[in-house]
Design a binder for this molecule. Sequence first.
Ligand SMILES: Nc1nc2c(ncn2[C@@H]2O[C@H](COP(=O)(O)OP(=O)(O)OP(=O)(O)O)[C@@H](O)[C@H]2O)c(=O)[nH]1
Ligand SMILES: [Mg+2]
Length: 464
Amino acid sequence: MSFIAMFRDRNDTIAAIATPLGEAGISLLRVSGVRAIEVVSGVFRGKSLLSEAISHTIHHGRIVHPRDGVVDEVLVSVFRKPHSYTGEDGVEISCHGSYFVSRKILETVIGAGARMADPGEFTQRAFLNGKMDLMQAEAVADLIHSKTALAHRASIEQLSGRLSAAINNLRKKLIDLCSLLELELDFAQEGIGLTDPKKTISVFSEAITEIETLIESYNYGKLIRDGVKVVLAGSPNVGKSSLLNVLLQENRAIVSEIPGTTRDVIEEAVVIDGIVFRLVDTAGLRITTDTVEQEGVRRSNDQISSADLILLLVDSSIPLGSALNSVLGFLKDYSKRVVLVLNKTDIKSPSFEYRQLREFEGLAISCITKQGIGDLTKKIVHLVLGGFDSYSSSITIQSERHRYLLKLTEENLISASSAFKSGLGNELVAIDLRGALNCLGEIIGLTTPDDILNNIFSRFCVGK
Ligand SMILES: Nc1nc2c(ncn2[C@@H]2O[C@H](COP(=O)(O)OP(=O)(O)OP(=O)(O)O)[C@@H](O)[C@H]2O)c(=O)[nH]1
Ligand SMILES: [Mg+2]
């Protein structure tokens, strides 16, 4: 959101096309604000008067441009505050899905007194009017961007408020403790204690454990949200591009018997078992005098170092010989992130020296006969999801903002807890506790600074 947008009048009436522009069955425009019904009413001709419409009713009629006449035959839905998405009066116009019609209706509505909405402004108003908290608003954006069943489920959970409820519960417990500790200060002179030290320590440790569990869930949340980057690496001609094509089930990359075919990085996504795998084919690794290929090798190394998982391919039909050293170097340097893939087993089954390498969890495949490909995908999914079995049904956080604030909360709580244990006095304990509460409040939008709020909503699309 622009700097100017931060100072927008939040009481004016906004409008936007909510559906993608292009040819479609229908298109939807949204109008929200104190004058929403009045504005649309001014350009709508139908049997009934919109200004008298009750909430949640649909009206048939035409949108008429004051100069150019009828724009389209439409259905208009009326929502009266507070029972609308934004919590304000709102109107939704369903028109024919034509680029021209949608734009013309928007122009007509703006001409009648609305202004173009900023990205995410409808959801921002919903948040400001208390229709949802910040975490739920962020879930709306995640839901729109979710590409797989797992990512979809995580955003639906967050939108339903389960994650917000967990944060709110935690806040409530800590607020109770903080109030008691502060109240106790008033009675310090009389030596009256209101808190049970044992119980206080256990409130701290339970809260810290709960937060740690949420922080740990971020790795899983990030995985299902952003997917996994799998880099196909190895010497030239080992079949990296062939494997990319097999996994994508399309001839995406050029395959040839000439070593050094792939010069650039090729990235394509594929969904396996609900996870987005971003497959990256790279130039074969070798020392070369060709400057273009040198650049390709440099790019391959960049990709390898940022990979979540590396499929290290070798051509198992030729003797391992000197290749062994570089292969072992990889297995050592990138350890857990490497899967050794012995390709071309249709030519001949891997010799003894290759079988020895299988202690590094190598897999034998053939891109020609597709033998072993099923095992390879199973193995990749297992490696990626294996450590996360317990997360699929529990609450997961998906956002770096949430992870960062939970980490700060944890640090504040650890410091409060140790201040309490070393008898530093309630004032100091309460300062850290308040710090923790502030961070939790920032997650759900209670204490979030305006610039951060604006930044969050600016990443939404216009019309949401
Ligand atoms: N017999 C057999 N040939 C294969 C197999 N996989 C790939 N090839 C062949 O090996 C040659 C090289 O394949 P590519 O996929 O281009 O190899 P690459 O690793 O991408 O090579 P560069 O891009 O040059 O680094 C081609 O002729 C492929 O048809 C396999 O499993 N069996
Ligand atoms: Mg290639």
